[in-house]
Design a protein around this ligand. Structure first.
Ligand SMILES: [Zn+2]
Length: 136
């Protein structure tokens, strides 16, 4: 089975990005002693939720196994994490089997679905904030 047009670049790029993120986490946690992360620059300046608002809190909740809480903070984070994990696992197993059998392939539909989820979350948060004064 042939590789998809994006898979040859995306698979190593995701693996390197995850490794770099993990290295950054280790430096932040053990070298810098976990300093407080800054609040969202966009929200701090304009008091409007950006599409990534709640992302850091969602990642922290996800690393503690609190999936529902991660979905509350920013549903794009757990959805993205599961999608990337499934893609990397599938691609790794496919490569170990000699590039035979079923494998998840990247499609731009994944990206558009992810961006749509972020946009819907951002819209809902700002609707609650401006329409009802509910801060999340
Ligand atoms: Zn933000």
């Amino acid at each position: 089975m042939e590789q998809g047009p994006w898979d040859r670049e995306l698979y190593p790029a995701l693996a390197v990005t995850l490794a770099a993120g993990f290295a950054a986490f280790l430096i932040w946690r053990f070298t810098l002693n976990a300093p407080a992360l800054p609040a969202c620059w966009f929200f701090t300046r304009w008091h409007v939720y950006c599409p990534a608002c709640g992302g850091t809190r969602a990642i922290i909740a996800l690393t503690h196994g609190k999936v529902a809480q991660a979905c509350y903070w920013n549903p794009a984070v757990p959805v993205g994490a599961v999608s990337v994990a499934a893609y990397l696992l599938s691609q790794t197993l496919w490569r170990l089997r000699g590039r035979r059998g079923w494998v998840l392939r990247y499609s731009n539909r994944w990206l558009w679905a992810f961006l749509l989820l972020m946009a819907v979350n951002c819209g809902a948060r700002n609707l609650l904030w401006f329409g009802f004064g509910i801060a999340l």
